[in-house]
Design a protein around this ligand. Structure first.
Ligand code: UN1
Length: 513
């Protein structure tokens, strides 16, 4: 890693040997156990973090609730200015932060930079939005009355994020929450705590330079137990959680039991439908990037290809030969396409999924294996695999966070492919490859894809920040990032004003005294 300037990157980001993993900006405190972060790239210890104890958590919440009192009365465009400055700092730190993302999480350097670019983009988006937190006006049924709605800041927003997008998902939430006047408490994945420290250091500087209360951005670190303090806390009106469906169900129930709001972005089981009219070259690029990019660890990764029987052999052969070209290795080295999985547990899940697929009758087309030897010492590098399968297999119904692509065949009309596409519990991302207008429009219609994201002639992953991001069914129903996703970070108030000297009641009710 030293060859890639990692030491300099860590120094620039203020990541030390032992970091306080509990922080409200300038004055950090942490007294919990030590959490060590090892890189899946080379298995080396990067640095360690002192996690958040229950007592630390209380201090953080005090700072956060205090900060909210100040921040909520600051005009929204001024809050936008804070987010603009944050975006500027991210531009300056893009290289260092992108490298840390790549080294701590294992995605390719290009994707690490891409993730920081998403943070910058959402900041720009939020700055504009800070002058556009629009409500509606309505016509009152009563004379001399005016009705309108407005959006107020919500309070402390809890953010629980996953290892696979260790910095961008936090930014999607915080950039919007901040312009909305909320303050944030972030629990990053315990697999990527240093990315959390680095981001917190960057925003803390902005907060300091503007003499604002440090509790606007808070960081807590640790495992699910610290997350539970957050999800159970009645001082936290909104929990935004990204991760597995299993985790999401627990979070949803905990938050719902106190009637809090939750924004859930959970598992996907994303498919591309390949129709008889598909452009083969585009299909192969979209499918291969979707399946092996980020080593199959995006929630939008392509898991299933649903191919028309007339195209099946052509697509299969093109994919098998494309997989032979894949270079697997150190993701900091830009010549490699595929980096490691996050840890050896993830490798075990990959191996188990492949065994299960074979057991259920799947046929291996590109064999999966764990790579060994020079450069693969961490034990986290695997060969992306392709399996001929059936949608009814239990393993195909399940999201495995690894580079395994299932090929499924369909016959007849595109409606058959849509039925297979929708025939899973998850509903995040979907795509169709076609030059046939009728098929494309049907796929996008109410009788088409049931996912939160449906694309034509692009793959399932790599969504832009300008759209609302999220999905249906077991994906959790939440929407983050663009469009009007900001509304979930605010509370809506309906106001009726009477400017007459009498008090007429609504619905024509008479009440004379
Ligand atoms: C995720 O995997 O949690 O669409 C988010 C994409 C990215 C976001 C993925 N923009 O691939």
């Amino acid at each position: 890693a030293s060859a890639f300037g990692m030491k300099e990157a860590l120094a620039q980001l203020g990541v030390k040997d032992l970091n306080l993993g509990t922080s409200t900006g300038t004055s950090g405190f942490g007294s919990g156990e030590i959490l060590k972060s090892y890189s899946p790239v080379d298995g080396q210890l990067i640095a360690s973090v002192q996690t958040t104890s229950a007592a630390d958590y209380e201090k953080v919440m005090q700072k956060a609730t205090e900060a909210f009192q100040t921040f909520r009365i600051m005009p929204a465009p001024q809050r936008g200015e804070i987010v603009r400055q944050f975006g500027e700092k991210l531009r300056k730190n893009k290289e260092a932060l992108g490298k840390l993302v790549s080294y701590e999480m294992g995605k390719s350097l290009q994707e690490g930079y891409g993730e920081v670019q998403e943070m910058i983009d959402i900041c720009d988006f939020a700055v504009g939005l800070s002058r556009q937190l629009h409500g509606l006006t309505m016509h009152s049924e009563r004379p001399g009355h005016r009705m309108y709605e407005q959006y107020h800041s919500l309070g402390v927003v809890g953010i629980i994020s996953a290892f696979n997008f260790p910095v961008a998902v936090w930014a999607w939430n915080t950039a919007l929450a901040w312009i909305c006047g909320d303050v944030c408490v972030w629990k990053p994945s315990e697999k990527t705590p240093l990315c959390g420290i680095a981001c917190q250091n960057i925003i803390a500087e902005v907060i300091r330079e503007n003499n604002l209360p440090e509790g606007i951005s808070c960081l807590i670190n640790g495992d699910y137990k610290i997350g539970e303090l957050l999800t159970q806390d009645t001082r936290v009106p909104l929990i935004s959680a990204t991760g597995s469906t299993r985790m999401g169900k627990i979070v949803a129930q905990t938050v719902a039991s106190r009637l809090g709001k939750s924004l859930l972005e959970l598992g996907g089981n994303n498919a591309i439908i390949v129709t008889p009219d598909a452009d083969i070259k585009m299909t192969v690029i979209g499918a291969v990037f979707g399946a092996v990019g980020t080593a199959g660890q995006r929630c939008t990764s392509t898991r299933r290809l649903i191919i028309h029987e007339s195209m099946y052999d052509t697509v299969k052969d093109a994919l098998v030969s494309a997989y032979k070209q894949l270079r697997i290795g150190n993701p900091l080295d830009e010549k490699n396409h595929v980096g490691p999985l996050i840890d050896v547990q993830a490798v075990a899940m990959y191996t188990n999924a492949l065994a299960k697929a074979v057991e259920e009758g799947g046929k291996i087309l590109v064999e999966g294996k764990i790579l060994v030897g020079e450069g693969y010492e961490s034990g986290c590098y695997v060969q992306p695999a392709i399996v001929e399968a059936d949608n009814s297999f239990e393993i195909v119904q399940h999201e495995t966070f690894a580079p395994i692509l299932y090929l499924l065949k369909y016959t007849g009309e595109v409606t058959n492919a849509i039925a297979i596409q929708n025939g899973v519990a998850q509903g995040l991302s979907s795509a169709i490859m076609t030059n046939n207008l009728r098929e494309a429009e049907l796929f996008l219609s109410v009788a088409g894809s049931d996912c939160g994201i449906a694309n034509v002639n692009i793959g399932t992953s790599g969504a832009e920040i300008g759209g609302a991001f999220g999905g249906e069914k077991e994906t959790g129903g939440g929407r983050e990032s663009g469009s009007d996703a900001w509304k979930v970070y605010m509370r809506r108030q309906t106001n009726t004003i009477n400017y007459t000297t009498s008090l007429p009641l609504a619905q024509g009710i008479k009440f004379d005294l």
